[in-house]
Design a protein around this ligand. Structure first.
Ligand code: ATP
Ligand code: MG
Length: 505
């Protein structure tokens, strides 16, 4: 008997052997980080036509057509898996849409291709070596699609009864000794007596009678597939997915496809250190998990991954590693990057920088002014890059970007995501629109100061218009001018201090 109470199944041929090299592949938790990209939420994709050419305005993107087309090609190359080990550099002035382009690439690639965004400065941490941090992100950007034939019990839940018994510790109360689940499929029903630990999994998935679920025989993992369509006549307002009663026997083999990244595998296989006593438990909590992933472990995982690829059970999905503000990396990191790009397990790397000629970090010392290079990238990495330039926007493009952004900024305040906000937050809702004069005024700021400054003025101008009690909350030119008076741009702020003694007077 397996520990989960299910009979231990024989190992099916041609699939991932379970005990192989003790490297976990099944049920690896996802370690993706949640990304908040509020500043770019108006950008939905690169906005390309099917033939790969760019519309002037599409999917929230305005202008910058050449760069968008180039990034469209990069997306095609990634999809065709021809791009591994190559690097692209987005080079252009501040606020010309480099970060926006990279995020649009991630949206084009969809959720199945890994996309790992990071900023150059992220590598500087007291806990982890710089190259270690880079390596981790490299491995976040390489996916593995594992196809497994799993032994499962699948069916519609007909009965779900926890069986109780006296608490064996003699205390008051009762414990669950077994869970009885009756599953029905098109070929019959089967009664399973399961370990109480599975009861938690079932509760977590919120399984009730009438749901279609499957339970993995090896691990006891429970997955809710949907609601059985035999129940679809019930009046249910919630968005339920109705699925037919599974065909075949309840106990069967099922092909399951799982997408993981190499980093997911590293984390899942990093062995916890020490025993189970309290001191080592504490040590575990205080020690960052990152340091537990050793070079040796990665080597082991690579070996197993390669074997699975050879056997045809797994497929490599090279994704995208995006390093924003790449001039923040230092010489050591660049050398590492050079080497990593040449390894067979490498994603496509997209770099972005708004610097021109600048000192390479890590080359300066007390009596050395350092090495100056384009974008702060050493001359041995530069020739390996495909460089995509981004250009400053024309006044007309700035106007359209502001318009697009305004639509989102003022509409999103009333979107359902805010509907459960507290009354105080509700009070902050802005629903406004731009008057033509306000748009002109913002465009002027966008041209004379920067696009980013103009975009940042939108929200305060909206609040000012509302505070003024403007009719229909239409933002007027005065509201924008007032916002400009209240919030300085960088140039004005710096200008106010020139000639001073270093203190704000
Ligand atoms: N072509 C465009 N269409 C629509 N919005 C854009 C476009 N270009 C930039 N934006 C928006 O303008 C703002 C600034 O752009 P972004 O942050 O991408 O610039 P950047 O090139 O990364 O600048 P930096 O070098 O300062 O990091 C963002 O909110 C972005 O979404
Ligand atoms: Mg940027």
């Amino acid at each position: 008997m397996a520990s989960n109470g299910l009979p231990a199944p024989p190992q099916p041929a041609g699939t991932v052997p379970n005990n192989e090299a003790a490297v976990k592949i099944a049920e690896v938790p996802n370690t993706n980080r949640v990304q908040r990209t509020a500043a770019h939420s108006h950008i939905k994709s690169l906005g390309l036509r099917p033939d790969g050419t760019a519309d002037t305005t599409s999917h929230g993107f305005v202008g910058q057509t050449a760069a968008r087309e180039a990034m469209g090609l990069v997306v095609d190359l990634v999809r065709a898996k021809k791009m591994a080990g190559k690097a692209v550099l987005l080079a252009g002035g501040p606020g010309t849409g480099k970060t926006a382009l990279a995020l649009a690439v991630s949206q084009e690639l969809g959720t199945k291709v890994p996309f790992c965004p990071m900023t150059g400065s992220e590598v500087y941490s007291a806990e982890v070596k710089k190259t270690e941090a880079l390596m981790e992100n490299f491995r976040r950007a390489i996916g593995l699609r594992v196809q497994e034939r799993k032994e499962v019990y699948e069916g519609e839940v007909v009965e779900l009864t926890p069986e109780e018994s006296e608490n064996p510790l003699g205390a008051y109360g009762r414990t669950i000794s077994h869970l009885v689940v009756v599953l029905r499929s098109s070929k019959g029903t089967k009664k399973l007596r399961l370990d109480p630990s599975i009861y938690e999994a079932i509760q977590k998935e919120r399984v009730r009678v009438g749901d279609v679920i499957y339970i993995e025989a090896n691990t006891g993992a429970v997955k809710r597939v949907g609601r059985s369509d035999a129940f679809s006549t019930e009046f249910d307002l919630e968005a339920e997915e109705y699925v037919p009663v599974p065909k075949g026997e309840v106990h069967k083999k099922k092909d399951v496809v799982q997408d993981v990244t190499l980093h997911d595998l590293d984390v899942a296989n990093a062995r916890p250190q020490g025993g189970q006593d309290v001191v080592s438990m504490l040590g575990k909590m205080m020690k960052p998990r990152k340091t537990e992933i050793t070079e040796k472990l990665r080597g082991e995982i690579n070996k197993v991954v390669n074997r699975y690829i050879d056997q045809g059970v797994a497929e490599l999905v090279p994704g995208v590693l995006f390093i924003d503000e790449v001039h923040m990396l230092d010489l050591e990191c660049f050398t590492y990057l050079n080497r990593a790009l040449e390894s067979p397990l490498s994603p496509i790397v997209i770099l972005a920088s708004n610097r021109g000629l600048t000192t390479i970090r890590g080359t300066t010392s007390q009596n050395d002014a350092g090495l100056v290079s384009a974008h702060g990238i050493p001359p041995d990495l530069l020739p390996r890059l495909l460089i995509v330039p981004t250009h400053p926007y024309t006044g007309q493009e700035i106007r359209r970007i502001i318009e697009t952004r305004a639509k989102l900024e003022f509409a999103s305040a009333t979107s359902p995501s805010l509907s459960d906000a507290t009354p105080a937050q509700q009070g902050l809702k802005i629903s406004a629109s731009l008057s033509p004069e306000a748009l002109e005024e913002l465009t002027k700021q966008g041209e004379s100061v920067s696009l980013r400054y103009a975009l940042q003025l939108l929200a305060p101008a909206g609040i000012l218009a509302r505070a003024r009690g403007a009719e229909g909350s239409v933002i007027g030119g005065d509201d924008v001018r007032e916002a400009v008076g209240l919030f300085w741009d960088a140039g004005r702020s710096a200008g106010a201090f020139t000639g001073g003694e270093g203190f704000i007077s």
